[in-house]
Write a protein that binds this ligand. Structure first.
Ligand code: ATP
Length: 351
């Protein structure tokens, strides 16, 4: 069987603590599923920036495209480098360099005591937010007029292209089909935003015609934001634009235990995709060995799913769920385990 080549960018801060646990867990699950993987390590991040003046080499994305099936990346950023220059170089460099247009964030409840919702047990919140990752309000087209006066005007334009909308909607249906999910909800604000809503509705209708096996609906984002809290079980895959997705994915992560459990994938279905936990470098706890490795571990599960090793991904999710149920948790989830002990606990349950 062909060996899947994975580029690992460990990153900064707690990423140095959680990523080794995630790598080891991914390897163990892949091995158990007879799915050979091989890691190559890249030193991209703040230490490299401080030593060499660049967080990653200029041709870094060419290297990724040429030699790897996927990228496994930890958080980037360091208080020794003020501003966000390294994050822009590495995170945005990889996102735009590999054209990672779909940000996929699964939200699954692993235990009833992790949710602020009443009467919801493991698996009773289980949906996926797919956020458009390359355009919308984040293209930074706009400007100031009469800046610094009381008549100042700030313009922030929203950009939606046919290509950008089509590919992210298609990616959400593709994800639904591959993961045997029943329904895709497209969330927009077509009632008030004529042009942005117009293109999203038209393209959604076009794409869903190609996926008749999957139920689909178009809803307004404000209704989705309310209903996802009132009736989380009604949702499966939710696809939305960059701005709405930014907010909605944080809301839904909050329903299932927050950053310590939130994985994400940044996908380009025609190219190389990148997998990273949602959390940052957590300078407030870095160095104490108490960070929760489960978000990174669950990110490894997403990566295995994506490479076609669904058995490995499912085994990891099962092991995490069991570990949490048995109180094998780090402090953020009310437990006492260190990062390393928590990684070991998950791996023991893989066996
Ligand atoms: P950055 O500047 O890299 O974004 P941050 O601290 O602003 O770092 P996060 O790293 O996302 O943002 O952390 C937000 C809060 O959540 C912090 O209090 C942090 O300690 C906590 N946190 C984040 N990730 C984890 C984790 N894996 N385990 C435990 N706590 C975490």
């Amino acid at each position: 069987m062909k060996v899947a080549r994975i580029a690992v960018v460990r990153g900064d801060g707690i990423a140095n603590e959680v990523m080794p646990e995630a790598e080891e867990t991914l390897k163990a699950a892949a091995e158990a599923a007879s799915f050979p993987v091989d890691f190559e390590y890249f030193d991209w991040g703040s230490d490299r920036y401080l030593e060499q003046g660049r967080g990653m080499p200029e041709d870094g994305c060419d290297t990724l495209r040429a030699g790897f099936e996927a990228v496994f990346q930890g958080a980037i950023g360091d208080p020794r480098v003020p501003g966000s220059i390294v994050q822009e170089e590495v995170i945005l460099g990889v996102r735009f360099g590999l054209d990672l247009y779909a940000n996929i964030r699964p939200c699954r409840l692993y235990h009833e005591d992790l949710t602020p919702l009443k009467n919801k047990g493991a698996g009773e919140v289980d949906h996926v937010v797919v956020r458009e990752n390359t355009e919308g309000l984040f293209v930074n087209v706009g400007g100031f007029f009469k800046q610094g006066t009381k008549d100042e005007v700030a313009l922030q334009e929203e950009v939606h292209t046919y290509k950008g909308v089509e590919r992210v909607i298609r990616a959400s249906f593709d994800f639904a089909r591959r993961h045997k999910r029943q329904k895709v909800t497209m969330a927009d604000k077509a009632s008030g935003l004529r042009y942005a809503g117009g293109i999203w509705r038209r393209v959604f209708d076009e794409v869903r015609a190609d996926f008749e096996d999957i139920e689909s609906e178009a809803k307004h984002i404000d209704a989705v934001a309310m209903e996802v809290i009132q009736h989380p079980g009604e949702f499966d895959v939710i696809v939305t634009n960059n701005m709405f997705g930014d907010i909605l994915s944080d809301v839904t992560s909050g329903l299932v235990g927050g950053l310590g459990l939130a994985p994400s994938a940044n996908v380009n279905l025609e190219g190389v995709s990148m997998f990273e936990p949602v959390h940052g470098t957590a300078p407030d706890i870095y160095g104490r060995g108490i960070a929760n490795p489960m978000a990174a571990i669950l990110t490894g599960a997403l990566l295995l799913d994506h490479l076609g090793c669904g058995e490995g991904g499912a085994a990891i999710r099962r092991a995490v769920e069991e570990a949490i149920a048995h109180g094998e948790r780090t402090a953020d989830l009310g437990g006492k385990l260190t990062t390393k002990e928590c990684g070991d606990a998950v791996r023991n349950r893989l066996k």
